[in-house]
Design a protein around this ligand. Structure first.
Ligand code: ATP
Ligand code: MG
Length: 307
């Protein structure tokens, strides 16, 4: 177990390295104006990674290269199953960092078989890492394969499931450890974002939840569920999606924050195919209507509270 001084020394070394690297890279770059028209064309033509479910509605029709998605929700809410499904459906290579030991090759094969996809090809394109501690989690970031290490050269997606597991250990207990835990978590996200940017690929992070003590007792329990990692984490990704359990194998995905999209919800279910749409569109429509009604009430209550 490293001492607090060692952790601080590690962070200081990282900080210096990043500052020097950033400076050198920025100096080399031609910092040119970006044509909005070109950017628009790029956005329209970029290949998107999809879940093949209504959840895609929440993430701009699918994840674009360099886009970042944060999934959070309680145990069994479908974070890992969503990651599995997207990993299987991603046309390019996937770097999968599993900190929870929840990656099951048998489950990947089941999803492939149910969808008529060749599981051996999928096994080959998923590059799995299973760090057993937060230290391993940080060190692994220096050892991830790059497109140059891969035969057909394209990494489409990096998944970290989950970001927070190893930061919930005894060494991080108590408020006094927040000043160390938060920079480490931010450092982990920051480095993954740099890697995803360099590889031109999408990034998915998952995190667990904690129950906020300030939750409103007149609202459903889940409104008090917050993402572990703090508010700074929720503001960084392009899409923040909260998952919660509905009946049986049905789950509700709620877009909490996106810079260019309104908040809304979509249902999906967990099956042998991974995640998929509800078979009866009527049932799905009913769930959507119900959640939209809740949405209106939620905002009315919030407004009332603010006035
Ligand atoms: P945690 O915080 O514990 O990691 P999670 O949000 O990652 O939770 P998942 O593992 O994605 O949760 O989802 C677990 C749910 O998926 C369980 O309710 C389980 O019943 C369901 N599930 C897992 N495998 C299958 C399967 N093969 N077929 C149908 N449902 C499955
Ligand atoms: Mg999980």
């Amino acid at each position: 177990m490293p001492t607090i001084d060692e952790i601080i020394e590690y962070l200081t070394r990282r900080k210096e390295k990043i500052l020097v690297e950033d400076f050198e890279n920025a100096e080399k770059k031609e910092l040119l104006e970006i044509s909005v028209e070109e950017k628009y064309k790029q956005e329209l033509s970029s290949k998107k990674i999809k879940t093949g479910t209504l959840l895609d509605d929440l993430i701009g029709g699918g994840l674009e290269p360099k886009s970042r998605l944060l999934l959070y929700g309680e145990y069994g809410s479908g974070k890992t199953q969503t990651c599995f499904t997207i990993a299987v459906l991603c046309p390019d290579h996937v770097i999968y960092i599993d900190t929870e030991g929840s990656f099951k090759a048998t489950r990947i094969k089941q999803i492939c078989d149910a969808r008529g996809i060749d599981y051996k090809a999928v096994f080959k394109k998923i590059h799995l890492f299973q760090p057993k501690s937060w230290i391993e989690q940080m060190l692994i970031l220096d050892k991830l394969p790059s497109p140059a290490d891969i035969e057909d050269g394209k990494i489409g997606l990096i998944i970290l499931d989950s970001l927070s597991k190893h930061f919930r250990g005894i060494e991080f207990a108590g408020r006094q450890s927040l000043s160390i835990k938060q920079p480490l978590i931010r450092e982990c996200i920051g480095r993954l974002e740099r890697i995803a940017d360099a590889y031109n690929c999408a990034l998915i992070l998952t995190t667990q939840i904690y129950e906020s003590p300030t939750a409103n007792p007149f609202l459903p329990d889940w409104t008090g569920q917050k993402a572990v990692g703090g508010a700074s984490l929720e503001h960084q990704p392009d899409y923040v999606v909260f998952l919660r359990k509905a009946q049986g194998n049905v789950r509700i995905a709620r877009l909490m924050d996106a810079s260019w999209q309104p908040q809304r919800e979509r249902p999906f279910m967990i099956t042998e195919k991974g995640i998929e749409d509800l078979p009866e569109t009527k049932k799905a429509e009913k769930i959507i209507k119900k959640t939209e009604k809740f949405e209106r009430q939620f905002y009315e209550m919030k407004k009332e509270k603010e006035n």
